[in-house]
Design a protein around this ligand. Structure first.
Ligand code: 6CS
Length: 346
């Protein structure tokens, strides 16, 4: 141990403070900042490549001062663990699905409502990017839990997989549907007559394979990349919803960032909206072909007619009333505003 003797107490104090500062910066005088960015997907998948691209841009813009370590699903835990980590500030950034915050931020469950957003995915992305209901009102609700959603974006339209055709609500009678942990996702499927079971996607392949659950919903790229189609006979192109992801940060940490760094985070988040739209489109197109051509694991792809979709839409529209009356009054106001914004786009 090195013992230094200082006659000048002021100088000693200055030394201690400087050493403390250097230690906080990595102990080598390098003022770089290391952030952790968790995602719910694995390398190559949409959320992961988003975080990676975000990290590269921040590194470049700050000449290496900001270094972001990207974690794939499972690297630091499962989806709900990651929500806790972000709230506690043990990670600074996360791509998060609102479905995993349903028990906590009840208003965020509005993304569970089927047939709410337009069928056109590009229009949906535009609404997600510009909606005041989401980017101001809903953001405030999340910030009460120390989570700031800086952006909402689509990973593509969601589709169903199953071992029996799913072309009418009656086909969901007693169907064991895997869902994310959100009371409103549960309500949406119970409205069709299904028996929903929540679980992490990490357990889903095995659950489908063993018949613990009968089916699930996800965008096409995820169905193909996670190989769910291998253990399912049908993929129904229902386009009943859009898979929405949120770019989130720990609120306290974000508010305490230097203004110039925070401005770069905001700028990068904004730039990423178009980038990720193209990426999800590319992956969804790529995987529909992969699933079609996988003759070893043949999956029948069934596209619902407009009439068939309407039967689901009629039931799903009533679930909006459940959201307004049972989920939250504030949520109802946010939903009203969002519906107005959607109507303007249409
Ligand atoms: O089904 C799920 O839970 C997963 N689906 C996607 C598209 N991303 C991550 C999420 O956990």
């Amino acid at each position: 141990m090195i013992i230094l003797k200082f006659k000048n107490v002021g100088l000693a104090l200055a030394m201690v403070l400087t050493l403390g500062f250097l230690a906080a910066c990595g102990g080598d005088g390098d003022a770089s900042q290391n952030w952790r960015f968790v995602t719910e997907e694995v390398e190559g998948q949409v959320q992961y490549v988003y975080a990676q691209e975000f990290a590269d841009r921040m590194y470049e813009k700050t000449d290496g001062e900001v270094q972001i370590d990207v974690y794939e699903f499972g690297g630091l835990g499962e989806e709900t663990d990651q929500v806790d980590q972000l709230m506690q500030g043990t990670v600074e950034m996360a791509v998060m699905s609102p479905g995993f915050t349903g028990d906590m931020v009840s208003e965020g469950q509005l993304f569970a409502l089927h047939f709410l957003f337009p069928d056109d995915v590009a229009t949906t992305q535009d609404i997600l990017t510009n909606s005041e209901a989401l980017n101001t009102d809903l953001r405030e609700r999340y910030e009460e839990h120390n989570i700031s959603p800086l952006a909402y974006w689509t990973e593509g339209a969601t589709q169903w997989t199953s071992n029996e055709p799913l072309t009418s609500p009656e086909d969901f009678e007693n169907f064991q549907m895997r869902i994310q942990m959100s009371p409103l996702i549960r309500e949406s499927y119970e409205a069709y007559g299904a028996d929903p079971q929540d679980m992490s996607w990490g357990e889903l392949y095995t659950a489908l394979d063993r018949g613990t659950v009968d089916g699930q919903e996800n965008p096409i790229f995820f169905i193909g990349d996670a190989s769910f189609h291998e253990v399912q006979d049908y993929m129904t192109i229902s386009n009943h919803n859009n898979y929405v992801a949120m770019t989130t940060v720990n609120t306290e940490w974000y508010n305490e960032l230097d203004d110039d760094i925070r401005a770069l985070v905001d700028e990068t988040t904004e730039e990423m909206q178009d980038w990720i739209f193209d990426e999800q489109q590319r992956q969804n197109e790529e995987f529909i072909t992969i699933i079609e051509e996988d003759t070893d694991n043949a999956t029948e792809i069934v596209e619902l007619t407009e009439e068939e979709r309407q039967a689901f839409r009629d039931i799903a529209t009533d679930v909006r009333e459940f959201y307004r009356s049972e989920v939250s009054e504030v949520g109802g106001e946010i939903l009203d505003k969002l519906e107005g914004e959607i109507a303007e786009h249409e």
